[in-house]
Design a protein around this ligand. Sequence first.
Ligand SMILES: [Zn+2]
Length: 311
Amino acid sequence: MSSTRSSRFRLGAALLIAAFLLPSCGRPAASSFEGQRAYEWVLRQTAFGPRAPGTAGHDSCFALLDATMRGLAPVVEADTFHYMVPSLDREVTLFNLVARFRPEATQRVLLGAHWDTRLWADLDRDPVRRGEPILGANDGASGVAVLLELARVLHDFNPPIGVDLAFFDGEDLGTDQDPNGWFRGAKQYVMRHAAEPPPIFVVVIDMIGRRDLELHWEGNSYERAGNIVDLVWGVARKMNLRQFRSDVRVFVYDDHIPFLDAGIPAIVLIQFPFPEWHTHDDVPAIIDPESLEAVGRVLHRLVSEPTFLDN
Ligand SMILES: [Zn+2]
């Protein structure tokens, strides 16, 4: 065929015209959240083994989070604090991290997840192994993985509002004997930033990576910050995401509670309970990249098209 040369030329000319036209189309297309990349962050975290406070995996994982965020966000703040764990009879060192995108913006949203994993597999079927720390692929690594992939996307395409990605330590230190051990990192964050203007709202993500993910309205979020639940589920509805379900099944006490108690609207996206919770079966094999992607895409759209500012 003789058309090869001329069609090649036409293609070249078309690309050239497209290249000239692109800037007039406004901003370039935002890079999109990829579930597979998030899944790789689950593997990177679980490769350290358990990230329970006081373990080697804990400190190595924090170093990775810190280095990764410093490569992606213009402002990163780390906070070191301590907690006395009664059953260990010693103090553990805890680390919070926050990465601030568009740090100059006064209107901000905080997205958070706990990065620590539980010191004990309390609910494991094998009583001998209940005293060992869990791997926490879903309970810990899944939420963090979504924040890490979100950081890449926000770095590539600066959001129109301020976005703070918060990595909370010490969420899972609580027991029946020590109820103060829950959400130490979120409590510390609220206390440390009490004098600053609060975020417009907070969305915590926890245990959001399981295959067949179902996210029902969490009871405390629905009762105490129903407008934020409506906002987030409204975004999911527009995206036709089947994972988001509109009913309350359980009330969960998680990192959103210290924010609610401080008067800051806060919700948690969580699948609770799930069969592998606080057992040695909470491993990467139960995680589905598609679940991570559904949550990541909703959060990305939430902050890149902040319709809530119009109200
Ligand atoms: Zn847990």
